[in-house]
Write a protein that binds this ligand. Structure first.
Ligand code: G3I
Length: 473
């Protein structure tokens, strides 16, 4: 991977007011435009204050200019969506979905089964396993069903593993009342409610090593079991709430460790996403310019995982500006990429420069379409054979099978040639997961009537399917 003059880029960059465009780049280059060029999602939460209209318009301007994926800080959680039994409130979530649609952004749903932010009425059933199962199923059916086709991915289960020991978190109402099988069930129900949604297990401290004593090692064993048992899990979300190395005396996490997890998950055809990134400093300390520059380097190192690992596609930050951040409650500060005045920090520049200069590895340099994007996911993950052959011209040969058979496709111009399918259904989605083209009973080839751009194509033939990112040039 070559970086073209990143230091020069930072040195030259002078932050402009508002959207954080720096003078060393074309005015229309944003994190978002560069992320899209590199075929990844970059995003930030919409803070809870946004939903009540309590944030300055500049916040939203920054948000929609710089990011192409969004998640609600609190508004799709259990207590927000089902505050009373069987009475659902989708108002805030709908508001975010509308905002995302208006601005062409992908939506993440967070979170369905979590021990925290569960309304009190659920605890009334903590000793009634059958009732709790019904409660969880009903919640998932309704919430996922309500946003079917609109929320592209869900944190189905959040933080089910104990903090420091490799075991399940004991004090979750779901774990205590149902047992660890609540996890398997939650994935199955979510998949039934929206078969096209990507389904993630999400947790923190996953950047602390992939060994049996670490959380990631324990999780990896569970993911292996889920995949082997046909549980529809498509991604692991690493929250990645970390502290700057120099102020955290017990720091044991690293981007390299998280990269190792991504590589292990790739063997299972499961994605890694960074879902809640912040890199804070201890509260109360003076944070110097060089501290902020080092923080920027760490932000970049985590971005490198998403750019470089084929099964990683999402980089989400848990906040926009340091002014509106949950980190104070964790005795941390200044963990985001915009300062209190919504001015971009060195971390912003570091990310922008990296996105600007990233070059895919040589063997895939002809196109950025080779990431294993499963925006639209297959449901039969058992055969994970992935073989990519990228030609030097605009012809892309790809072969990836899921299910008992093996479909291969070749794209030449607008024509998708298909082998290994007797009669295929071809669906094409834009990068926000919206369907843009469909053809049924295709034999041999189909003319994709879509304009130039990046897309995800899914070819289905019975239980066999193939999902790939393509570039129409
Ligand atoms: O519900 C009350 C509301 O009625 C009241 O008006 C408001 C006044 O302060 O407080 C509201 O509740 C707060 C809620 O956020 C909504 O603003 C809670 O006190 C507060 O504890 C809660 O904090 C959230 C926290 O999750 C709860 O666990 C943070 O905003 C949110 O950033 C944080 O997000 C979590 C992710 O979901 C999972 N991973 C860790 C991450 C950081 O803790």
């Amino acid at each position: 991977m070559k970086i073209k003059h990143p230091i020069l880029g930072i040195a030259l960059s002078v932050a402009l007011f508002g959207v954080g465009v720096t003078s060393s780049f074309a005015a229309d280059e944003t994190l978002r435009s560069l992320a899209e060029k590199n075929g990844i999602y970059i995003g930030a939460i919409l803070n809870s204050q946004w939903f009540g209209g309590g944030l300055p318009s500049q916040y939203e301007q920054v948000h929609k200019t710089q990011f192409n994926i969004v998640v609600a800080e609190n508004e799709m959680k259990f207590d927000a969506t089902e505050p009373q039994e069987g009475r659902f409130n989708y108002n805030n979530g709908d508001k975010m979905v509308k905002y995302a649609q208006q601005n062409g952004m992908r939506v993440r749903g967070h979170a369905l089964a979590w021990h925290s932010q569960v309304p009190n009425w659920v605890n009334n059933y903590k000793n009634d396993k059958q009732k709790l199962l019904k409660v969880l199923k009903n919640h998932i059916d309704n919430v996922v069903g309500h946003w079917k086709g609109k929320v592209a991915e869900w944190d189905v289960v959040n933080e089910a593993i104990s903090n420091n020991e490799p075991q399940w978190r004991g004090y979750s109402v779901w774990y205590q009342g149902i047992g660890p099988e609540f996890i398997d069930s939650a994935f199955v129900w979510a998949h039934a409610a929206d078969p096209d949604a990507e389904l993630c297990y999400n947790d923190y401290n996953l950047e602390q090593g992939v060994n049996p004593k670490a959380k990631a090692g324990f999780l990896l064993e569970q993911v292996k079991r889920w995949v082997a048992n046909g549980i529809p899990i498509h991604c692991v979300g690493s929250q990645t709430h970390v502290e700057d190395t120099t102020t955290d005396k017990h720091f044991i996490g690293s981007p390299d460790s998280l990269r190792s997890l991504a590589k292990e998950l790739a063997k299972l055809n499961v994605k890694l996403k960074i879902t809640e990134l912040d890199i804070g400093f201890k509260s109360g300390i003076n944070v110097s310019k060089s501290d902020l520059e080092r923080q920027g380097q760490t932000f970049r190192q985590y971005l490198d995982i998403i750019l470089e690992e084929p099964n990683a596609d999402t980089y989400l930050i848990w906040g926009v500006s340091d002014k509106w951040s949950w980190l104070g409650g964790l005795n941390r500060q200044k963990g985001l990429i915009y300062d209190d005045n919504l001015k971009p920090k060195p971390a912003f520049d570091s990310l922008l420069v990296r996105l600007q200069n990233f070059e895919p590895p040589q063997d895939t340099a002809a196109t950025d379409t080779t990431k294993q994007d499963t925006t639209v996911t297959d449901t039969t993950k058992k055969d994970t054979t992935v073989k990519d052959t990228v030609g030097l011209d605009s012809t892309i040969s790809i072969a990836r099978s899921a299910g008992p058979g093996s479909i291969t496709t070749q794209l030449s111009g607008h024509t998708l040639l298909i082998t290994g399918a007797k009669s295929a259904i071809v669906d094409v989605f834009d990068m926000q997961g919206r369907p843009v083209f469909s053809a049924k009973n295709v034999k041999g080839s189909v003319d994709l009537k879509i304009p130039e751009g990046l897309y995800v194509v899914r070819v289905r033939d019975g239980s066999t399917n193939l999902t790939r990112r393509i570039a129409i040039k």
